[in-house]
Design a protein around this ligand. Structure first.
Ligand SMILES: *[C@@H]1O[C@H](CO)[C@@H](O)[C@H](O)[C@H]1NC(C)=O
Ligand SMILES: *[C@@H]1O[C@H](CO)[C@@H](O)[C@H](O)[C@H]1NC(C)=O
Ligand SMILES: *[C@@H]1O[C@H](CO)[C@@H](O)[C@H](O)[C@H]1NC(C)=O
Ligand SMILES: [Zn+2]
Length: 410
């Protein structure tokens, strides 16, 4: 063996060993801090593939999805916001029922696999599940159309365990505009957020529901960052500077999110990472680096969008691959402190602050002012009664006669 072949051999051993060490360090960190992912569409797959008939599905071995329980464990995924999503074409039809069924299937997932999944509805629940080595299972509703412009429906969804609402999906609601307005393919209808939209934000602050700005128009992002009393989240969005897609977050807004102590959970979808089909784990790591550089490690999280997209990067094929991404961040000199923040501490900070704002709002009354009825004129909605126009209580004609008879008998 000539000296330079020996040197080459030694060199690759060193590289292999250091990669092995980095991976070990990644796994150690993931054992100490829960990895919390902001966005997974497995419930949508369960509906699409199995009509929500969970009894016919084995979530341990399910193999035509990005997600199953075995892969979750391999990926050290500790907490997941499962998405209760109703497609935009259910708006003005059965979006609320559709959403309720998706909330139900998430609860049933937890009931069917109590050894593996634990339902979670608070920051404390996430840590409790982590300590019991179970996957904390939370619910996010993706799309404001799911509440059908009803604050009562919003409040009840909170009671059913929903802990974030994405204000829009890829359609306007009668009170907020979506990102396609910025692309020019949808008309602006609410000048960002309408008056009722502001009521929704304040009610979410009051009840302790996290506000998710993925999918909204840039104007709505700015308005909510001004208005919200609590920090906000982007449950699955990446950096606009690296891929100019309107679903991503521009640098000045990353800085506003940092100022608000919020979080941007990086979406892995190829189209949002490289704006092309060709994407690798390294490109995703670039988004983590960029956001850290522009706005600080305190605003970064993971929002893979697994099972919600038709393409994922090379090296991040399914939920078992998170440790590889963490290893890459360590290779890029991320410190343990920064890694732990991105894994879960940032989201826990936001969640606790949202809970604190809720707890400080006990003196506020539920908002019962409905959306103006001219904003929700559609044939699937029963018209509102004008206030004071309740129908009179019917009085039986027998009653006066009966009381007269009683009075006479007395
Ligand atoms: C995937 O699961 C199906 C149904 O359980 C099974 O028949 C099939 O062999 C599995 N495929 C692989 C590649 O594991
Ligand atoms: C994507 O990668 C493939 C194979 O690596 C290559 O043939 C193709 O040209 C690439 N496409 C783009 C748009 O870069
Ligand atoms: C990480 O830090 C080491 C030592 O300071 C340096 O040599 C290396 O270039 C850094 N790597 C990256 C990707 O920044
Ligand atoms: Zn989405």
């Amino acid at each position: 063996m000539s000296w330079h072949i020996a040197a080459l051999w030694l060199c690759s051993v060193v590289i292999l060993c250091s990669t092995e060490n980095l991976r070990q360090r990644a796994l150690t960190l993931m054992g100490e801090t829960p990895l919390i992912d902001g966005h997974n569409d497995l419930p949508w797959q369960i509906r699409g593939l199995f009509n929500n008939e969970l009894n016919t599905v084995d979530l341990h071995t399910l193999n035509n999805t990005h997600t199953n329980i075995a892969k979750i464990k391999e990926g050290r995924l500790a907490a997941q916001f499962w998405v209760a999503y109703a497609p935009c074409d259910s708006q003005y039809k059965d979006a609320v029922r559709y959403t309720l069924e998706q909330i139900d299937v998430i609860h049933r997932m937890c009931q069917k696999y109590p050894e593996d999944l634990m339902f979670a509805a608070s920051s404390g629940d996430i840590l409790k599940a982590f300590n019991q080595k179970k996957i904390a299972s939370l619910i996010g509703v993706e799309g404001g159309h799911s509440i059908d412009s009803s604050l009562g429906t919003l409040r009840l969804m909170y009671q059913l365990g929903v802990r974030y609402l994405t204000l829009t999906h890829s359609c306007n609601t009668p009170w907020a505009d979506n990102w396609l307005v910025d692309e020019g393919s949808h008309p602006a209808e609410n000048n960002g957020l309408s008056k009722f939209g502001e009521q929704v934000i304040k009610e979410m602050n009051r009840i302790g529901m996290m506000i998710d700005l993925s999918h909204v128009s840039e104007k709505v992002m700015n308005q909510v960052l001004e208005l919200s009393a609590a920090p906000v989240i982007f449950s699955h969005s990446s950096a606009y500077a690296l891929c100019e897609h309107k679903r991503n977050v521009p640098d000045y807004l990353l800085q506003k999110v940092a100022h608000k102590k919020g979080i941007v959970m990086v979406n892995f979808y190829n189209n949002y990472i490289t704006c092309s089909k060709n994407t690798t784990l390294l490109d995703v790591a670039d988004h983590f680096d960029h956001i850290k550089k522009v706005a600080g490690y305190q605003i970064i999280g993971f929002g893979g969008d697994y099972d919600g997209v038709n393409r994922v990067p090379q090296g991040l094929e399914d939920v078992s691959k998170y440790p590889d991404l963490v290893t890459e961040l360590l290779r890029r000199n991320w410190t343990d402190l920064e890694i732990m923040a991105a894994l879960g501490e940032n989201l826990l900070r936001v969640f606790k602050e949202v809970e604190r704002v809720r707890d400080n709002s006990v003196q506020l009354r539920p908002d019962d002012l409905p959306i103006p009825s001219d904003k929700v004129q559609n044939p699937c909605r029963t018209p509102d009664q004008p206030v004071g126009a309740g129908s009179p209580v019917p009085v039986s004609p027998l009653l006066p006669a009966l009381s007269l008879l009683l009075a006479l008998l007395w």
